[in-house]
Design a protein around this ligand. Structure first.
Ligand SMILES: [Zn+2]
Length: 236
């Protein structure tokens, strides 16, 4: 994949996730650089629906914008830099404050679990990350520096997603399509799980079911990505 293609992917994912209500004025998408595994691409600080290819900048793992030192960058870029540093398998990341997920970040008694076959990737998600454990009881809940980013990355471990108490969630993938898919379907799962919990005690996917479902869905990711891009008016 070229740098231009990677840049376009971030723009497309930003617009898709805004259209799907996963990102609003806030939240962001990034992708590991296709030319340097120790750098990543994301937009400058901007609402995702407004992002164009001209807004994509390159950052290093210290969170420094190397392509344009004067660019205004996201406060929470350390979510991305530290996950890329600790997870060589991760090629793309979405950070979101989607409302359907928030209740699951604040209730110990209601962990997010895969409730239907499109969401097997949620199996193994850790308990919500609590920034207060690392920043004390008076923080603004933002991952503002490398130390907090590293704590979040450590909490994520080998999982596909980490919920963040009173804040939102971060989903990772082996590419922009997978990270986008996981962000969208994490929110859908939370909507369905909330409805099921209101009606009774849900029967969740078993671990082996979740893993089998995730493999099946992962092989079909192009179908979703092509549909979402078409809805934006992009050529196939
Ligand atoms: Zn955030």
């Amino acid at each position: 994949m070229t740098l231009d293609q990677s840049t376009q992917e971030i723009v497309d994912a930003s617009h898709i996730l805004a259209a799907e209500d996963i990102l609003d004025a806030f939240g962001h998408v990034s992708r590991r650089s296709p030319t340097r595994s120790d750098r990543f691409l994301m937009s400058r600080s901007l609402a995702p629906a407004l992002v164009t290819t001209d807004d994509i900048v390159e950052l290093d793992f210290d969170g420094t914008c190397v392509s344009d030192p004067s660019a205004r960058v996201f406060l929470e870029r350390f979510i991305h830099s530290e996950i890329y540093r600790s997870r060589p398998d991760v090629a793309a990341i979405v950070h979101s404050h989607a409302l359907s997920v928030i209740p699951f970040t604040v209730l110990d008694a209601a962990p997010v679990r895969p409730v239907f076959h499109m969401c097997g990737f949620l199996h193994g998600a850790p308990a919500p990350f609590d920034l207060a454990d690392h920043a004390g009881p008076a923080s603004d809940l933002l991952v503002r520096d490398p130390r907090l980013g590293a704590a979040l990355a450590d909490h994520l471990g080998a999982a596909a997603i980490v919920l963040m108490r009173g804040h939102g969630f971060t989903a990772v993938g082996d590419g922009v399509a997978q990270a986008t898919y996981r962000a969208i379907y994490a929110a859908k799962n939370c909507t369905v799980q909330s409805a099921a919990m209101a009606m009774g005690t849900p029967l969740y996917l078993t671990g082996p079911e979740a893993e089998a479902c995730d493999r099946a869905v992962t092989s079909q990711l192009d179908r979703a990505w092509d549909l979402w891009r078409k809805a934006l008016g992009r050529e196939k």
